[in-house]
Design a protein around this ligand. Structure first.
Ligand code: M6R
Length: 364
């Protein structure tokens, strides 16, 4: 049932404040000292490294997690798409924690990669939405994301709930390995708890996207840029847009722009920059100016401070609530989804059942 929404995708986008809070409630405890990760049968001191394997949007959630684990917990993380991982037959050191992320829990390549890791990795963790799935059954530890049934082929609420679980794990790892103290742990967990409210505030401004998406719907090509943990979000924005609107879109790390893609820039290629106020913001602003100097049109997604610093020459702006940079990738998933959704609706494509795609890819 779509409720009052035209598509399942719209319904699932709008469910995110609720389901993210629900997911978080399963992975947190609050005591007199504040909010902490809930105890899990998982001790990161037992592992030297983490390998995350997944496909599509779940892979991009894993890629954000790589930034989190490396920055906060100082743990080395390898991330790969399952179809590559399984055939490159990578050597696996014994103190490896293997993490498989899958909404359906049935993706053939991800399951095959999991089977490859059996007997090689110290432990296999499945982060799934469907708890009765093959990946759940074959994991040593199952961490459900609690997103509820996701029907739209484009993954939305599963992505933000995957990120939620991965963020809690990163904080847990950092605390267990002594990289952060109790105060920092509390601050990071509190930052996570602000996201559902910020998502709801953002969703309340959705109607402002109509004019922007009408312009995007006329584009042949769109570039998405982001730095640091926002780079996977740029990839996710591009994946969502191509998947449901059939517009060619590419995500790039902002710093890679001058190594090739800048050759594409002219007034017909909108460039969507995802840049919350964070320590890398000024570098992204200079990349933006390189685009504008070549006649490129910038759509900037940032908070009030970032928008004010970016100057007057950007083509369009989307203002997001300001959050701790740690949680920004979760919040910025929502405008990425909305841009794809409204552009697709403007074009009249089949949003919930895009051509050539299946919800669950059970053949390789
Ligand atoms: O069920 P899974 O999470 O394993 O699926 C992985 C991908 O097939 C999936 O995320 C796909 O990329 C989505 N259609 C993206 O919106």
């Amino acid at each position: 049932d779509k409720g009052s929404h035209k598509h399942f995708m719209a319904k699932e986008i709008h469910e995110q404040p609720t389901v993210m809070a629900y997911a978080l409630s399963h992975y947190t405890v609050t005591d007199a000292n504040g909010v902490k990760p809930a105890p899990l049968a998982l001790d990161f001191r037992d592992y030297d490294r983490v390998v995350i394997v997944a496909c599509g949007t779940a892979y991009l959630a894993g890629m954000v997690a790589k930034y989190w684990f490396e920055q906060i917990a100082r743990m080395p993380v390898e991330i790969d798409v399952a179809s590559e991982f399984r055939y490159r037959e990578p050597p696996v050191s014994p103190r490896t924690l293997a993490v498989f992320v899958s909404q359906s829990g049935e993706t053939a390549d991800t399951l095959a990669a999991l089977r490859y890791m059996k007997g090689k990795a110290a432990r296999i963790v499945g982060i799934v939405n469907v708890s009765e799935s093959s990946i759940a059954r074959e994991s040593d530890l199952v961490l459900p994301i609690h997103a509820g049934v996701e029907i739209g082929v484009a993954s939305t609420k599963a992505f933000t709930c995957q990120l939620t679980v991965l963020a809690v794990l990163a904080v847990m790892a950092a605390r267990q390995t002594g990289q952060i103290d109790a105060a920092r742990e509390g601050a990071l967990m509190s930052a996570l708890e602000t996201v559902p409210g910020a998502m709801a505030d953002l969703l309340a401004t959705e109607s402002r996207l109509g004019a922007i998406c009408w312009e995007l719907s006329k584009a042949q090509d769109v570039l998405f840029l982001g730095r640091g943990a926002m780079y996977p979000l740029a990839l996710e924005g591009a994946l969502k847009l191509k998947e449901i609107s059939y517009i060619h879109a590419e995500g790039y790390a902002s710093g890679e722009l001058k190594h090739g893609p800048i050759a594409l820039i002219d007034e017909t290629v909108p460039v969507i920059v995802m840049a919350p106020t964070d320590p890398l913001f000024d570098k992204t602003v200079s990349n933006m100016h390189e685009v504008m100097a070549r006649g490129g049109r910038i759509l900037l997604l940032s908070d009030e401070t970032g928008l004010a610093h970016a100057g007057q020459d950007v083509w369009e702006r989307i203002r997001l609530p300001r959050v701790d940079p740690f949680v920004a990738p979760i919040l910025y998933a929502v405008p990425a989804q909305l841009l794809a959704y409204h552009t697709a609706v403007t074009k009249g494509t089949d949003v919930d059942q895009p051509r050539n795609l299946a919800k669950s890819v059970t053949v390789e």
